[in-house]
Design a protein around this ligand. Structure first.
Ligand SMILES: N[C@@H](CCC(=O)N[C@@H](CS)C(=O)NCC(=O)O)C(=O)O
Length: 214
């Protein structure tokens, strides 16, 4: 397996956590997102990933894009340990928490969105930071409400084993720290994050431990 990613990409970070939790060996192939305008835009990479985004997982002849599709592929090809719980309602809850991060927080704060805000609308770095923290705070507040009030929450987002929801939450909180969001309003999220990061699989996947970390 080859993972095309970038140390600070939170979508790639999700996949690294899933690979580590499942104990799957892989080759890490860095795609630098800012050097020379961004290697993700090069024709050779776009041949693998038409969107020009990381991550891409290559398994033999298959190139799989979209971090959640990659993780569901890993779940189906390497079921143990599972990242989705048993039961339709429980699986829907975990996917709903994961998608709240992956569909409603992350895309608004992606590099290309921030670059467009600056290039097209003249947004300053300070304005881009405000934008970033606005969407992040809105999304994290809803997650905090859910995780605090729903009885299915355990030591992790769902019960006492890490799931796809934790795999998405932890990289998003990394981004929150990077953009200096005050995390005090999200005690449930921070407690779950610290339990995750105490596990070797999560610890091994952190951006600073990757070979391409600047
Ligand atoms: N929904 C996609 C998002 C992928 C994505 O946006 N990746 C970011 C890094 S976290 C990226 O490649 N950005 C490059 C750019 O914006 O030019 C996924 O989950 O894989």
């Amino acid at each position: 397996l080859k993972l095309f990613g970038y140390w600070r990409s939170s979508a790639a970070y999700r996949v690294r956590i899933a690979l580590a939790l499942k104990g799957i060996a892989f080759e890490n192939i860095p795609v630098h997102l800012t050097r020379e305008g961004g290697e993700q835009h090069a024709a050779a990479y776009r041949a693998l990933n038409a969107q020009g985004l990381v991550p891409t997982l290559v398994d033999g002849e298959q190139a799989i894009t979209q971090s959640l599709a990659i993780i569901e592929y890993l779940e189906e090809t390497h079921p143990m340990p599972p990242l989705l719980p048993q039961g339709a309602a429980a699986r829907a809850r975990v996917r709903s928490l994961a998608l709240a991060v992956a569909c409603d927080i992350h895309p608004l704060n992606n590099l290309r969105v921030l670059q467009y805000l600056g290039g097209q609308f003249g947004a300053s770095d300070a304005a881009k930071g405000e934008w970033y923290r606005h969407w992040l705070a809105l999304g994290l507040a809803a997650l905090e409400t859910r995780l605090a009030r729903e009885s299915a929450t355990g030591a992790f987002c769902h019960g006492d084993m890490p799931t796809l929801a934790d795999v998405c939450l932890v990289p998003q909180l990394y981004n929150a720290r990077r953009y200096a969001l005050d995390l005090a309003p999200y005690p449930s999220l921070v407690a779950i994050e610290s339990r995750c990061l105490a596990l070797p699989a999560f610890a091994a996947a952190v951006p600073e431990k990757q070979p391409d970390a600047a």
